[in-house]
Design a binder for this molecule. Sequence first.
Ligand code: NDP
Length: 401
Amino acid sequence: MSRRVAILGSTGSIGENALNVVRALPSELCVTGLAADRNYVRLLEQAAEFGVSRVAVADESSARACRAASPRGVEVLAGREGVAEIAADTAADVVLCAIVVMAGLDPVLAAVDEEVDVALATKEVLVAAGELVTSRCRTNGTALLPVDSEHNAIFQCICGAAGGDLVPPLVATVSGNLVRRIMLTASGGPFGLHPEVDLSKVTVEQALKHPRWDMGRKVTIDSATLMNKGLELLEAHWLFGLPNERIDIVIHPESVVHSLVEWNDGSTLAQLSMPDMRYAIQHALTFPRRLDGRLPGLDLVSLRSLHFEAPDPVRFPSLGLAREAMRQGGTLPAVMNAANEAAVEAFLLGAIRFSGIWALVEQIMAEHENIKQPGRDAILAADAASRCRVAELAGINRSTG
Ligand code: NDP
């Protein structure tokens, strides 16, 4: 029987790639539900192609327009509740969460509460609410299958070698004893290997020009500030149970080695593939099987050489900020995440400089009074306060956007 998949954020970069994976494996995967924010035109096209009868549109006015445009037999759910309903639909075996940022939290919790496995692309959910989400997964026995290519790579290495079929977050119960450290690779974005670039003068256009990956705007800017790697430190911590000092970062501009695991005996395993998100998405959606989705293998001879460099933590303070958030825990990671998200938005609007992104994040983290072991409401309150403070400091009127 084919595996039933619901896709949240189906109109985005990860969502469209996931549908490419389903197209390549039509007898193995089928789609039971789709969700987006505003792009209902594309959502309805996807529903027609994949025979989906239930979709959700988060933005209320787009949901009304979607209802008016939808053909007979397609049910359109509206708002955040509608998206959470798609996530909690037990008609799906696995929910792919590829919604941008914190809007992913409630749908992920809804899926976990209904014991539906989650393939997780939205790293911000684990950054801000890692303790909450992973403890609920452990209680309900649900899996968090990493879609982020680095974490998917570690998952592939650990699950192959740790024995048994433990998946995140349960795999954390054994990986901490077997693994000496993990190494997350980073492409370095447009500036990581260019010390000559004055980061205070970077334009939006330059920051959006990623040398290797074609992704959504928020994650592309995060790659340029290296905050993407900072967020991934926390994501790795919650998925694999390793502490700060056993998670390293190495810049690898070719993005072919997706990450590495060093075992206690000194051996290292790595996962390699071409830089294309379909490898990780397919692995997460079809785990534990390995199916032929017509993705090409590696041609090592034509690659010729692979490069590795240490990141510069002084030029890219986001890495240190993320490590500090991990050290302190509580609501601080949620505050850092929200401040970053809002600061990226402010940069894209032209309200602050590129280097202002981490300056704002640092200031807001310093101002925060941390709350330990927060529940959902405390996390969301810290998130909202952090966004307001960024808007205030960046001089943005939040009611106009
Ligand atoms: P995009 O901006 O390309 O797409 C975001 C998707 O989320 C769109 O479908 C958007 O709908 C939808 N969306 C936004 N808000 C809501 C909401 N409230 N409810 C339902 N759907 C919503 O982002 P990406 O695909 O690039 O990234 C998605 C996530 O995956 C991010 O967290 C990112 O960090 C992570 N990721 C992405 C990678 C990549 O290669 N792109 C790699 C690794 C991780 P609409 O089109 O209507 O706006």
